[in-house]
Ligand binder design. Structure first.
Ligand code: ADP
Length: 199
């Protein structure tokens, strides 16, 4: 633990938002593997950037190549994975960027910690539940991982031998077995406009 450290202030978030012209936020995508988190976050990132809205996507697998390459998939490592992502997303949101995080984030308490971190700093936190029945996720299985998990080749696999705790009161629910990628991305954009996070 570091001691003898103090927080160094400069601009408030409000001052920064005024200068940049957008407040920033974290959109926290959660859902089973293959529910569509990355696909929708990518489509949304592109749409927002095309409108010149500063956006950055923190992707589950991508972050494990760098920042979190020392972490595995045990419960403790998943907690630490989410803790670090929460802190990084908060920094992006504080910089007035729209941070899109796409991680399974199966445990409610981890998502609640991420929310609290943002709320304590007065930064918008929007939980996006990317919902799909397990059977549909298994049929999609774009990386063949469900098949491997069913064969016992991958342990601690969410939905198979590890739980997924569905959000109880997410800001946005996207049923990806019923709506297209385009419709899901547009539903998020409507929400952001309604909340005045984007113009
Ligand atoms: P996750 O990031 O949740 O693991 P991915 O986005 O990597 O999921 O994979 C989702 C798969 O489901 C992709 O192959 C995508 O093309 C497909 N898919 C089908 N319909 C949808 C939809 N409505 N929204 C998102 N993905 C969809």
């Amino acid at each position: 633990m570091a001691t003898n450290i103090t927080w160094h202030h400069n601009l408030t978030h409000e001052e920064r938002s005024k200068i940049i012209g957008q407040p920033g936020a974290t959109l926290w995508f959660t859902g089973l593997r293959a529910s569509g988190k990355s696909t929708i976050a990518c489509a949304l990132e592109r749409k927002l950037l095309e409108q010149k809205i500063q956006t950055y996507r923190l992707d589950g697998d991508n972050v494990r190549f760098g920042l979190n390459k020392d972490l595995g998939f045990s419960e403790a490592d998943r907690n630490e994975n989410i803790r670090r992502i929460s802190e990084v997303a908060k920094l992006f949101a504080d910089s007035c960027t729209i941070a899109l995080t796409s991680f399974i984030s199966p445990y409610k308490k981890d998502r609640d910690s991420a929310r609290k971190l943002h709320e304590d700093a007065n930064l918008p936190f929007i939980e996006v539940y990317v919902n799909v029945p397990l059977e549909v996720a298994e049929q999609r299985d774009p990386k063949g991982l469900y098949k491997k998990a069913r064969e016992g080749l991958i342990k601690n696999f969410t939905g198979i031998d590890d739980p997924y705790e569905a959000p109880e009161t997410p800001e946005i629910v996207l049923n990806t077995h019923e709506k297209s990628v385009e419709e899901c991305a547009d539903a998020i954009i409507s929400y952001l406009k309604e909340k005045k996070i984007i113009a």
